[in-house]
Design a protein around this ligand. Structure first.
Ligand code: TXA
Ligand code: MG
Length: 406
């Protein structure tokens, strides 16, 4: 059984941290741990057996390297045996601890020596100093840098609550440290400052605009391609061609990812709300020909559903009126409308809020929640990622989860 601490009742105390740290030191079974971005699956980065445990628990391809989490700059120094390259100094000063991962050369043997499995044969490794004091204390107690991917089963949406980790990995791990719902909700930004100009390998919790405020980072560019990945389905020729020519430099970016069980249809975002009520109802009816439960995730328009929907839904034969509620799923709060269309499908339509941080915060939870409600198709209203903000991270995840983009 999982030792599972409920943050709502009590944040994990020192006992829980000591237990989790003991697992990291003494076993080859990784531990679920909270961070400000998503939950991680952690193991002692210096022991091969422990690191292999991560790959087997997750079902992760072994050519996909892991991020190494440290508790402070001293631990990073002891890992690298050198000072941080100058390009990174102002960057980490500004954003660490926080949702940023930097690539560093794989060091020679030092006080801590990385197991080769961590880096999947690359000459660099990703280093991150997470914001959560709980996590940093865990790493300090384990007295080892913590190799840790997101704690989802491979291809699933990343976990943003301890319950998500349990849902994916119960039976395969023994300890999840519950730090409540993750604040940011999407993973860290991965950057490479060892090349000129520096590049973003994965968009995340720190935006391009944020990075460009830092000396030496004014010209940072995107080095990821972001075409729809075709979650469970076919890629179109254009997507396949883009993928072939633009090999992503973060190996993980090439994999199917973030996918709920449901088929995801993504509407590309624009500056104005992309989905009118009428268009949406038409598409739900279309989806409803194959699915009896349809999920909808809305981001741009506050659904003043009850009045306009009531007309649509009850227009024929007085079907049941939509119900409306505010849901709190393990600390992720959103607005939910439930209704059935006269033509058949039952619909769960949820609204993540309009601002970027609440969209990012609720995104993965929403996908998992709609899965749990039995949605076979999820229609998602995308957001405009033309700016230099965190919308890039949200749309990157959604495009990879999507089977179809409209
Ligand atoms: O927010 C996060 O970064 C979370 C939390 C748990 O810290 N971790 C996370 O890890 O997202 P993971 O393994 O799910 O994603 C790591 C990404 C992958 O796309 C991987 O390919 C890339 O970072 N990466 C890691 N090391 C790399 C390296 N040396 N060179 C290029 N890409 C690397
Ligand atoms: Mg991941």
């Amino acid at each position: 059984p999982l030792d599972h601490w409920d943050a709502a009742e009590s944040a994990p105390g020192l006992d829980a941290l000591v237990t989790a740290a003991g697992h990291i030191r003494n076993t080859d079974v990784p531990v679920g741990f909270p961070t400000e971005t998503v939950y991680g699956l952690g193991a002692d980065a210096t022991r091969s057996g422990a690191v292999r445990g991560i790959f087997s628990v997750k079902g992760r391809p072994s050519d996909n390297p892991l991020i190494v989490h440290v508790c402070d700059l001293d631990m990073l120094r002891e890992l690298c045996n050198t000072e941080l390259p100058a390009i990174y100094r102002p960057l980490v000063e500004k954003f660490w601890p926080g949702p940023l991962t930097i690539l560093l050369p794989v060091p020679e043997a030092a006080k801590y020596t990385l197991a080769p499995e961590v880096t999947a044969g690359l000459s660099t490794f990703g280093a991150r100093l997470p914001a959560s004091p709980l996590t940093r204390t865990l790493i300090r107690l384990a007295d080892a840098p913590l190799a840790g991917p997101s704690a989802n089963a491979s291809t699933r949406p990343s976990p943003t609550t301890a319950q998500h980790v349990v849902d994916d990995l119960n039976g395969r791990i023994e300890v999840v440290l519950d730090g409540g719902a993750c604040g940011v909700g999407v993973e860290s930004t991965v950057v490479d400052g060892l090349c000129e100009p520096p590049v973003i390998l994965r968009p995340g919790g720190i935006s391009l605009a944020d990075l460009r405020t830092v000396p030496g980072w004014e010209k940072v560019e995107r080095a990821y391609h972001d075409v729809a990945h075709g979650g469970n389905a076919q890629k179109d020729d254009k997507a396949q061609a883009a993928e072939d020519t633009l090999k992503p430099r973060a190996p993980g970016m090439k994999y199917k990812h973030y996918s709920p069980k449901a088929r995801v249809v993504l509407y590309e975002g624009g500056k104005t709300p992309v989905l009118s009520r009428d268009a949406l109802i038409k598409d739900i009816e279309g989806a409803g020909q194959q699915a009896s439960v349809v999920g909808v995730v809305r981001t741009s328009t506050w659904p003043k559903l009850t009045s306009s929907l009531e007309k649509t839904v009850t227009g024929l034969n007085g079907a049941a009126a939509p119900t409306s509620s505010t849901e709190d799923i393990d600390g992720v709060v959103y607005h939910l409308e439930t209704y059935s269309l006269p033509s058949g499908p039952k619909v769960f339509e949820l609204y993540l809020g309009r601002d970027l941080s609440s969209i990012a915060h609720g995104l993965f939870s929403a996908l998992r929640d709609l899965d749990a409600r039995g949605a076979e198709v999820i229609l998602i209203e995308g957001i405009d990622d033309g700016g230099d903000d965190m919308a890039a991270a949200v749309m990157n995840r959604l495009r990879k989860a999507a089977s179809e983009v409209r």
